[in-house]
Write a new protein. Sequence first.
Lengths: 593, 336
Amino acid sequence: MSEHHHKETFVTKYIFSQDHKMISKQFLITGMIMGIIALMMSMLFRLQLAWPEKSFSIIEAFLGPHQTDGVMNPDMYLALVTIHGTIMVFFVLTAGLSGTFSNLLIPLQIGARDMASGFLNMISYWLFFLSSVIMVISLFVEAGPASAGWTIYPPLSALPQAIPGSGTGMTLWLVSMAIFIASSLIGALNYIVTVLNLRTKGMKMTRLPLTMWAFFITAIIGVVSFPVLLSAALLLIFDRSFGTSFYLSDIFISGEVLHYQGGSPVLFEHLFWFLGHPEVYIVLLPALGITSEIISTNSRKPIFGYRAMVMSIMAIAFLSTIVWGHHMFISGMNPFLGSVFTFTTLLIAIPSAVKAFNYVTTLWKGNLQLNPAMLFSIGLVSTFVTGGLTGLVLGDSALDIAIHDTYFVVAHFHLVMGVSAIFGMYAGIYHWFPKMYGRMMNKTLGYWHFWITIICAYGVFWPMHFIGLAGLPRRYYTNTAFPMFDDIADINVVITLFAIVGGVAQLIFLANFFISIYRGEKASQNPWRSNTLEWTTPVEHIHGNWPGKLPEVHRWAYDYSKRVDPNDDDSDYLHGEDFVLQTTPLLPGEEPS
Amino acid sequence: MLALFYIFIGVAIGVSFWQITRILNFRTSIANDADNAKQGKYAIYFMVFLYAMMIYCLIFMNVIMLPESASVEGEHDDRLFNITFWLIGIVQFIMQFIIFYFTFKYKGNKDNKAKFYADSHKLEAIWTITPALVLVVLIGYGLWQWNNVMDLSDAEDPLVIEVYAQQFRWDARYAGEDKTLGLGNVNYIEGVNTMGVDMSDKNSQDDIQVTELYLPKGRKVHFKFRSQDVLHSAYMPHFRAQMNCVPGMVTEFGFTPKFTTEEMRQQSEVVAKTKGINKVRSAKGEDLYEFDYLLLCNKICGASHYNMQMKITVVEPEEFEDWIGKQPTLAEVLKK
């Protein structure tokens, strides 16, 4: 394949490319654009939450008919939180994260020329692009975009009488998501097939880098759960457009009784969360995989407990598909089911704890190279622990009753999946930028970006827990209707200030990213002195990744700082350097790790 | 003021732009020993910030948190919450310290060598089994309490109340003297019969419809929830109670009020919180706040979701009998 001469035009190289490296960049850029949109939305509704009655010309400018004298309308507030959630969860942290790094790294780290099907890979991106375009278009329909929350529970999402966003906006949301799911499934199947079939000689499953394990298992979870969301969406489309009653029953609205009989919104909740919960891990596992790789490389140490890490990924993946009910403790489902889901949910704490402890042990007695990617990975471990721990409160059904759907939940999931996954994504970008663009990102800006972001992330989400413990429900346009929440007004202002500074700080990253593409320092072949196969390819991208033969693998990915005498920390490096490429054959008498 | 704010933003953007272009002229990208030393130090500074903030919030935001449970069943919630909170608090403080201290302590240096340490089954066993054991306690207590709260079968002579949700208000119906609620369905909604009660059902006649809840202290209240249009959630945070209202089905929840509204107003946590609220309100020139139990909507339900509330008043049993005796029955209301 590599000797095959491709005649490339601009269109085949940059637009309808079938090369996994180009497709990964396309995913990244699209994801970043969507991320900017969703981030700006959060700035707008944070303004509203901090200063509910105040007029802002920025709101006047952005929201057009959906504001009155610079104060956003309640419908628009709900629309903003809905679309912010949808875009962040699906378009940024699923497609943007998995799409970018699975595409970039799977062929490179397993030693393949490309994905199993370059054509399907291209289709996957363009479906994603199409769904992004439709989602953005939905922002401009007259009655506003979907506004029933990102969970789009019917009947609210089914009845335009209930909220204006459930008209055309909701239709576009469903169409966009259906296409998105198709894109996601095609991508995931491609990843699975590629990992299983195209590993190079010597790359046994037990030698895969943890990034590969994470992406592989993530793809499996996606294939298992995304189709269920598609069916949920289809049934909702039927209810909305063709008069069926899958989710609707006994409804009196706008002065009339509707014809729906016998459906149940609880059915939708089950179907939605059957994807919705695994989705959390679809978002998080790739970030954890990236972190494993980066922490190990930059600690100059093998990842601690490789097998335990793989098994925790599998355990998390398995458990993630049987815990969806913890979103529904108070939905009216049988309390006995609640007990089962509490049990399975809290079990997830075990593999999660193993992962967190293993990260920390990897840091222990390392020789930490504190590159921006490394800092973001350490930041991920920090926010993952903070956010994960509060999961023990929310996963316990008896406690969930009291704080379900309050800001405590918002703080919890933003830290554990939002901030953590974004940190993983940033870490990945800083680390593999040389692989993507052949240049390096500026480290000073990277440091600024990291410290401002983590300070703001904690500044936003730590105090938010306490607002939740005060009993403030989420998705309230303002809390001024309740005097009992007047004492949290100041906290809301502080949170918003942190959010704005944190949001603006992302400009540092954008500047660094785009300027570095053209002006960054030229990358060397293996800038981070890493073991994995992607650093054996030439800096300049070529079709087929490796000139000549594919590399052969002789060891696992984590032989950092391997010594002559394994029991003597002062002895010399076995291979003369503190890293050993996976392609390096074992020395005579060398024990494989 | 606002103009100043915009000027400030403009200046900030200008300065950052200038700084960014300046920094980008130094084409450095891989951390060297000086960077490691500096970033390691920053990790400690950040840790200090993090701990300061965590502790500040824990101490000074204690006052805004919900007061102790006002329902008998909720006592165990509070206890379980405290146990869990202490536990995760301790783990959080230890783990964050380790993460950032290690970042500082093991910052890279040319003269250092990392320890080759790939595995330890003993350590892994420890941190698999320890969380497992802790979870046994949390899960055990949690499930016991969950059954305790959700099991409504054993209450003697509960007060049966139906709570009915619609965009954007709450109604409630007491079962009346026969202690049985009449049937209801959206098809019967007409005029003052806003809850759609079936008046051909004999159990409906003595039902009492109200827009504000009165509950007797010390008697189990058995709530049945219905919704007229979309999902709502009846959230009564002070009682540690919450249940969704689902169109097309009846959901249930129960609790026993422990303090009357008056008693709650005297309770020290409530007094402190009320003081804080009134400080804010008087600064804005608004009426002073007095504590009341509330039922809030806690499931996104439309534009006025943020203002869908119902007042709950808990009184002594005698006072409650007095009050309910004065309320007209549904049959009386509809006859008018």
